[in-house]
Design a protein around this ligand. Structure first.
Ligand SMILES: CC(C)(COP(=O)(O)OP(=O)(O)OC[C@H]1O[C@@H](n2cnc3c(N)ncnc32)[C@H](O)[C@@H]1O)[C@@H](O)C(=O)NCCC(=O)NCCS
Ligand SMILES: Nc1ncnc2c1ncn2[C@@H]1O[C@H](COP(=O)(O)OP(=O)(O)OP(=O)(O)O)[C@@H](O)[C@H]1O
Length: 202
């Protein structure tokens, strides 16, 4: 069974995916895949240099993620260009990892942690979608603290995604991550039990 886990930037997807991992899920993290496909020597990195210029690399030849982030969260066209380079490769890696896992664990639950699941129209690739949500105020505060951003920078990143309330409306399961980690974990446990029942039925 494949389940999508999504939300807004800094709404708590990684926090929740760690909880599901502890419960026994196999997690496929799109952010991890997106880092892997742009490592030194990979064709996507060459394409990024072609599109954004050699100044987008650090001295050691790896991607300057801070600089690229500043560009793409400011300019929609640049973001689209980067997405065109990175997303098809991330999709391939997600699929390959999932196939390999399910071959050896046919009854396992695979969770696709994909921040842009709805934006990229990937709902049809999963059997259920879990959305992790917080209010926009808490989202901005946690994002500013985690990434050391100004309110304006954080707002630009939030605006680069579908509004979180729209994602909540499309969810099969919702996790309110505004409270304590214990409160979040309780919701994750309940959903895990429901997913196991759903898996046995299908
Ligand atoms: C712009 C980049 C270099 C910034 O790197 P950085 O290390 O600062 O951030 P990181 O990759 O950890 O992403 C943090 C969060 O930003 C959000 N985000 C990232 N890319 C995008 C995007 N293209 N559009 C909207 N939101 C995005 C996601 O919520 C993600 O979880 C990087 O995010 C990137 O390569 N983005 C393009 C690939 C992508 O879309 N990744 C997201 C899921 S596949
Ligand atoms: N319930 C909570 N209480 C307090 N802080 C939290 C809670 N959940 C998450 N955080 C913190 O909020 C920040 C964002 O959480 P996390 O990294 O899990 O979000 P994410 O949705 O995976 O982010 P991204 O989209 O950027 O990958 C982190 O610094 C995390 O430690």
């Amino acid at each position: 069974m494949i389940v999508g886990l999504t939300g807004g930037i800094a709404s708590g997807k990684s926090t929740v995916s760690h909880m599901f991992r502890k419960l026994g899920a196999h997690i496929v993290d799109a952010d991890v895949m997106a880092r892997r496909v742009v490592e030194k020597g990979r064709p996507a990195l060459q394409e990024i240099v072609h599109a954004f210029g050699p100044g987008i690399l650090l001295e050691d030849g790896t991607l300057n993620r801070t600089k690229l982030g500043e560009i793409v969260f400011r300019e929609e066209q640049s973001r689209k260009r980067l997405n065109e380079i990175v997303h098809p490769r991330v999709r391939e890696e997600v699929q390959a990892d999932t196939t390999t896992f399910l071959q050896s664990h046919p009854d396992g639950i695979v969770i696709h942690d994909i921040p842009l699941l709805f934006e990229s129209k990937l709902e049809h690739t999963v059997q259920a979608v879990i959305v992790v949500y917080v209010s926009e105020e808490v989202q901005r505060k946690r994002l500013m603290e985690r990434n050391n951003l100004t309110a304006e920078e954080a707002n630009r990143r939030i605006a680069a995604q579908m509004p979180l309330r729209e994602k909540v409306q499309r969810a099969d399961y919702k996790i309110d991550n505004e409270g304590t980690l214990e409160q979040t974990e309780r919701q994750a446990n309940q959903i895990w039990n429901l997913l196991q029942k759903q898996g046995r039925r299908s």
